[in-house]
Design a protein around this ligand. Structure first.
Ligand SMILES: Nc1nc2c(ncn2[C@@H]2O[C@H](COP(=O)(O)OP(=O)(O)OP(=O)(O)O)[C@@H](O)[C@H]2O)c(=O)[nH]1
Ligand SMILES: [Mg+2]
Length: 416
């Protein structure tokens, strides 16, 4: 997938937790001093935040990975490492967040300031203070910081709007938007003048947001013209206006083409309430065909409105109808409950591999990562810990004998 202004696939990564420290109060290795190595700082989270001043997802077009700051290592004097800063990624209102792997909608950010954590920072590792016990008063074990959570997500912008203006190129969509709102999209005598969706606000008792969807033609779903992906921005609209060029060879044919393209995109769109407006009735060749056009639509079960986006004729009636049809309240945006992955349990599992035993226990793996197995004292302490945490028992149950190879994380050594 190529990242565009309204869609981006990115990887977010929480910061790593800082390592726990091995430190003693006085001189190193003078047991009397007592351990005072502090905990590592937590890694920063990656947070998406909706911002009303951000208009698109352009800033995610070229960068792929976004990682929050790592936590700092713990220090002597039981000092905890500094927490990593959160990374805040601003997104426009209407951004949907999709978890790629699990194919779930994680969040729909529609309100200014609304936030969602998409990747958590790893926890800091425990310092040697935490490993002191009555039998081990000079612990030289500490824990590595946890790696941060990582997630591949798709950001997808769906503009917030009440009414979507759908039509073929040149039908007069921009002219209509220009007439009813302060929006000033470019209007020109050639197709595809509008290349991005345009918003306009019709002020009144209740402001209505209109969105002009770039022109659609037959085969848009196969990529003809500008394609059909802009229809995504009509998904939140309550009402569609099919704006038809009255001067077209077949206004009804245009309408059927448009509906077909919407159906190809998402059948939910076609089932939205809609009105049909035949445009350009100020032109004599259109005016002379009005009765005929009306009849063809009525035979199809539709009562069209006739308007001129140039002179404003008929627009008042159309807008009254639109206001009636758009429900009093905007539908409450369901705020999707965020599903956070459960934290790994502190359990111990042993698996038999070809000639070795693999221990799976995340918190112990993090201790192993900092252990110097060459040092007999450290080794002695490690065995005490493995005994207390039930790792040795689990190994014995699995049939491990002294001399068998044991693997924990990236470390492998013969059991004794
Ligand atoms: N006479 C007349 N011309 C109109 C009317 N509405 C639009 N036009 C003309 O039709 C042409 C296209 O109008 P636009 O408003 O740009 O149409 P659009 O549907 O936004 O077109 P694209 O953005 O290119 O898809 C322009 O030359 C307009 O001046 C109308 O009611 N009467
Ligand atoms: Mg236009």
């Amino acid at each position: 997938m190529e990242n565009t202004f309204d869609r981006a696939k990115i990887i977010v990564r929480g910061g790593e937790g800082g390592h726990g420290a091995v430190s003693f109060r006085h001189e190193k290795f003078v047991p009397l001093g007592g351990p005072d190595g502090g905990e590592g700082g937590q890694g920063g989270n990656v947070i998406l935040r909706a911002n009303g001043n951000t208009s698109d997802l352009g800033k995610y077009r070229f960068r792929k990975v976004f990682q929050a700051e790592n936590g700092e290592p713990g220090q002597g004097g039981k000092r905890k490492g500094r927490r990593g800063k959160d990374l805040i990624l601003e997104v426009p209102l209407g951004t949907r967040v999709i978890d790629v792997k699990n194919e779930i909608l994680m969040a729909d950010l529609v309100a200014d300031g609304q936030e969602v954590i998409v990747a958590r920072g790893g926890r800091g590792g425990l310092g040697n203070v935490s490993f002191a016990s009555s039998t081990n008063q000079a612990p030289r074990l500490a824990q590595k910081g946890e790696t941060g959570g990582e997630l591949e997500i798709i950001l997808e912008l769906r503009l917030l709007s009440d009414v979507a203006i759908i039509g073929c190129p040149n039908a007069g969509k921009s002219s209509f938007l220009n007439l009813i709102s302060h929006s000033r999209p470019r209007i020109a005598d050639y197709p595809f003048t509008t290349k991005e969706p345009v918003l306009g606000v019709l002020s009144g008792e209740r402001n209505l947001i209109f969105v002009e969807i770039p022109g659609l033609l037959a085969g848009a779903h196969e990529g003809r013209g500008l394609g059909n992906s802009f229809l995504n921005h009509a998904m939140r609209s309550q009402l569609l206006i099919y704006l038809i060029d009255g001067g077209s060879e077949s206004p009804l044919g245009d309408f059927i083409t448009l509906k077909g393209e919407l159906e190809f995109f998402d059948s939910e769109l076609v089932s939205k309430p809609s009105v049909v407006a035949i445009n350009k009735i100020d032109l004599s060749e259109v005016r002379s065909k009005m009765q005929e056009i009306k009849k063809t639509f009525e035979e199809y079960g539709i009562k069209p409105y006739f308007i001129s986006a140039k002179t404003g004729e008929g627009v008042y009636d159309l807008l009254n109808k639109v206001k009636d049809m758009v429900k009093e309240e905007r539908p409450v945006e369901t705020n999707i409950e965020i599903i956070l992955r459960p934290e790994a349990k502190a359990s111990v599992q042993v698996y038999r591999e070809a000639n070795s035993f693999r221990v799976v226990a995340p918190d112990i793996e993090r201790i192993m990562a900092l252990v110097d197995l060459e040092d007999p004292e450290v080794r002695r302490q490690l065995y005490g810990l493995l005994e207390r945490r039930g790792v040795s028992q689990a190994l014995r149950r699995a049939g491990a004998r002294p001399g068998d190879e044991i693997k924990i994380g990236d470390t492998a050594w013969p059991w004794w």
